[in-house]
Design a protein around this ligand. Structure first.
Ligand code: ASP
Ligand code: CP
Length: 313
């Protein structure tokens, strides 16, 4: 695999291989010397046209842990303000030696355009394109589920038999889309719960069960509840009557945490709106995987960089 453009491109075996490589990388990170020389002499360019904390910093950490040189480009403060195009920006970075381009952009489908138009020869990794996909988030989420729910014997396994509820702003969420494709590939069943206004029109064709409230979705006793950020920056009008109504019907509250039982986990990709889609007490509870997800993000991105460069286990 030369590029990682979408979670939908991954077969079950490719996805399981990346999860197993992630386990190897996580083991490397527990050693006294936490680095591998795999990408020594190579340059990874992180190219971010949208804001990021977790994805950008964890790709930097992952590239450095594999011995690469890292260049970080953020659109703010760059010659994009002088009208420079995406194509010219990427070709400029490649001319400076970038062999891996990690790209986040507001335009859905932009990573496919970059690759299909042949703008660069570099490996391209999608770090979030508009409302389309965020494949490394889905991989780190799958790794987190597999580790928490299968424990030490997770190697080689997929997520068959797991029931996952994804709740909240599905419409604007590239995390939801990538998770839905990957979870289905890995054999999990997926239920989504959201206000009608925050469900994509084509949801019925995605192979998921749709419930109109979180309480209805929790009746099925899921192993995982994945909460999503309400993406106010992508909303042009009112999508729900009020924040208090949103959290009453679709928020992961302490009362709902008690309902799901202590073996189930609650996830959130971050950044969180505490008190809206997830209560602060739930985010800080032992059943929350929020910080595990961040920690697993580094090992997952090491595994993805390794995989696109042609490495195998
Ligand atoms: N950080 C994730 C993303 O960039 C989720 C979010 O922003 O809500 O897609
Ligand atoms: N989860 C996630 O992608 O976070 P950032 O937007 O901070 O990178």
């Amino acid at each position: 695999m030369k590029h990682l453009l979408s979670a939908a491109q991954l077969s079950r075996d490719e996805a399981v291989a990346i999860l197993d490589t992630t386990l190897d990388m996580a083991e490397v990170r527990t050693r006294a010397i936490k680095k591998l020389p795999t990408l020594r002499g190579k340059t990874v360019a992180n190219v971010f046209f949208e804001d990021s904390t977790r994805t950008r910093l964890s790709f930097e950490a992952a590239a450095m842990a594999l011995g690469a040189d890292v260049t970080t480009f953020t659109a703010q403060g760059s010659s994009v303000s002088k009208g420079e195009s995406l194509k010219d920006t990427l070709q400029t970075l490649e001319a400076m030696g970038a062999e891996f381009i990690v790209l986040r952009h507001a335009h859905s489908g932009v990573c496919d355009t970059v690759v299909n138009s042949g703008w660069v020869d570099a490996h391209v990794i999608n770090a979030g394109d508009g409302t389309h996909e965020h494949p490394t988030q889905a991989l780190l989420d799958a790794f987190t589920m597999r580790t928490r729910l299968h424990g030490d014997v997770s190697r080689g396994r997929d997520l068959a038999g797991f029931a996952v509820v994804i709740v909240g702003d599905i419409l604007h969420s590239r995390v939801a889309r990538s998770n839905i494709w990957l979870l289905r590939t890995l054999g999990a069943s997926v239920t989504v719960a959201a206000p009608q206004t925050l469900l994509p029109r084509e949801i019925e064709s995605w192979g998921v069960t749709v419930e109109s409230t979180l309480d209805d979705a929790l009746d099925a006793e899921p192993n995982v509840v994945m909460t999503l950020r309400v993406q106010k920056e992508r909303m042009s009008s009112g999508y729900f009557p009020s924040e208090s109504e949103f959290s009453a019907l679709w928020g992961m509250t302490s009362a709902r945490l008690r309902r799901i039982g202590e073996n189930a986990i609650v996830m959130h990709p971050g950044p969180m709106n505490r008190g809206l889609e997830i209560a602060g007490a739930v985010a800080d509870s032992p059943q929350s995987t929020v910080t595990d997800q961040v920690a697993n993000g580094v090992a997952t991105r090491m595994a993805v960089l390794y995989t696109v460069m042609g490495g195998s286990r």
